[in-house]
Every structure is written in structure tokens, then in C-alpha cells.
Design a protein around this ligand. Structure first.
Ligand code: ATP
Ligand code: MG
Length: 238
């Protein structure tokens, strides 16, 4: 087990965006998360990555991290991407990876090595000096993923990485995520609305609804679960 959440709750005023959540993620797996809009998925990533302080307990790699901020958590081995690309438009891809990653005391040449490795892995070497403002969405998303990968995470959190991409681009991105998992052993937690992508990629999946866990299990178990079906049909009819 690489990540365990116990009784995690995040309230905004009286509203609980994440409510008494318990689940764990195994080392080396791709763990998919789905759920209706507003279910608390992004909030959950903000909690795990230290952007929000929540109640309850979170253990990552045998260490309690629930009290730590984003820089510390990144240095311990958790990196993330954002649902909407969060980049510095006027800078180049290379500069974005440099300033967007917490390298935690690595020397200059080691940092350069890591950035070059990330650029190569995500196929961005030729665009490294391009300003981010002029990039298409796919390349912005690849830049964000490269910035996360450059910190050599053990766990990578991807928030709707293929949303807005066309099917060919989405397939390319998905292939890279699988390769990251297989060849670099990075554990992945991925939020995705497209069920066919999520079920195809995930070892296990969780459905969140109203900040709560509806079900966790294999993709088949989850998509055939009456409560999951109800949750999705209920929402598409709303
Ligand atoms: N900073 C905040 N302040 C107040 N409410 C918030 C804040 N962040 C999130 N929320 C609320 O918490 C709920 C969960 O939001 P969240 O963004 O986590 O949902 P989500 O599952 O990621 O949805 P989507 O699929 O649309 O991305 C929503 O009702 C949202 O309005
Ligand atoms: Mg979200």
C-alpha cells in the first residue's frame, strides 16, 4: 500500500466537499476515480497534494502527510497535474518545468537531467524553447505532466488529463500514462469522466458521489454495480 486515507473530511463552511472518506491505493497500480460534477474529485486531489488542509489521516509511503504543505509532499514523492492547465504562458516549456517543479535541493546538472528526461519522455524536446502561450492544449497538458514527472514522483495524480483532447490525442496521452506506470513504476491516480478510458486503464476504480465513496473495486465490478449505474443515470437525467 502506498497511500491510505482514513476518515478524511473537507468542509467549506457547512458544506462537506469530501466526507469521511476511506480508501487506499496499492503501490504500482493505476487507480481510477470517477463521479458526477461536484462530487469532490478535484478537492480530494487538493487534499492529498497538500493544497487543502482536511481532517482525518493520510499516510503516504509509511509517513503521515496530512499536516504537510504542497512543497514537502512533492519532495516526498507525490506530483500532480491540474484539471485546467496551470502554466506560465510567457515562459518556454523548459522554463515552465523548471519553475513548476519542486526539486528539493538537487544540484543544477541533476535538475537539467531530470528536465531533459521528462521532455524526452513526453516528446517535447523539439518544442522545449517554445512559449507556452502558443501551444495547443495537448502540448500544454504534456508540459504539465512533464513538470510533474521531472520531480521523479512515486505517485502521480492526474486530474482529467484527456478532457478537451481529440480521440487521437487522448490515445497518445493514455499510452504515455501507461508507459510511465509500466516502465517507471509510477503509481497513478487518475480522475476521468470518460468511463471507457477509465475502465480500460485502471487496475481498480472508485466512484465518488457527494464527497463520499460509492464503491471501490475492479472496473467490471464498478461499472456493473447498481449504485454506480443509478448515480450516472440519475445525473444524466437531471
Ligand atoms: N475552494 C472552495 N470553496 C468552496 N467550495 C468549493 C471549493 N472547492 C470546491 N468547492 C465545492 O466542492 C464541491 C466539489 O468540487 P470539486 O471541484 O472537488 O468537484 P469535482 O468532482 O472535481 O467536479 P468536476 O467533475 O466538475 O471537476 C463543489 O460543490 C464545489 O463547488
Ligand atoms: Mg474536478
Amino acid at each position: 500500500m502506498i497511500l491510505e486515507l482514513k476518515n478524511v473530511t473537507k468542509t467549506f463552511g457547512k458544506f462537506a466537499a469530501v466526507s469521511d472518506l476511506n480508501f487506499s491505493v496499492n503501490e504500482g497500480e493505476i487507480f481510477g476515480i470517477a463521479g458526477p460534477n461536484g462530487a469532490g474529485k478535484t478537492t480530494l486531489f487538493n487534499i492529498i497534494s497538500g493544497f487543502y488542509r482536511a481532517t482525518g489521516n493520510i499516510v503516504f509511503d509509511n509517513r503521515k502527510i496530512s499536516h504537510l504543505g504542497p512543497d514537502k509532499i512533492n519532495i516526498l514523492g507525490i506530483a500532480r497535474t491540474f484539471q485546467i492547465p496551470l502554466l506560465f504562458d510567457s515562459m518556454t516549456i523548459y522554463q515552465n518545468i523548471l519553475v513548476g517543479s519542486h526539486f528539493g535541493g538537487q544540484g543544477k546538472s541533476e535538475v537539467e537531467n531530470r528536465i531533459n528526461e521528462a521532455l524526452s519522455f513526453f516528446g517535447l524536446q523539439e518544442l522545449r524553447a517554445a512559449a507556452v502561450a502558443n501551444l495547443k492544449l495537448l502540448d500544454k497538458k504534456l508540459t504539465m505532466a512533464a513538470a510533474a514527472f521531472a520531480t521523479r514522483p512515486k505517485l502521480l495524480l492526474l486530474d482529467e488529463p484527456v478532457a478537451g483532447l481529440n480521440p487521437v490525442e487522448a490515445e497518445l496521452f493514455v499510452g504515455l500514462v501507461k508507459k510511465l506506470n509500466r516502465e517507471h513504476g509510477v503509481t497513478i491516480i487518475m480522475i476521468e469522466h470518460l468511463m471507457n478510458i477509465l475502465t480500460e486503464m485502471s487496475d481498480r476504480m472508485m466512484i465518488l458521489n457527494n464527497g463520499q465513496k460509492l464503491i471501490v473495486g475492479s472496473p467490471e465490478t464498478v461499472i456493473n454495480d447498481p449504485e454506480t449505474i443509478e448515480c450516472y443515470l440519475g445525473n444524466s437525467h437531471a
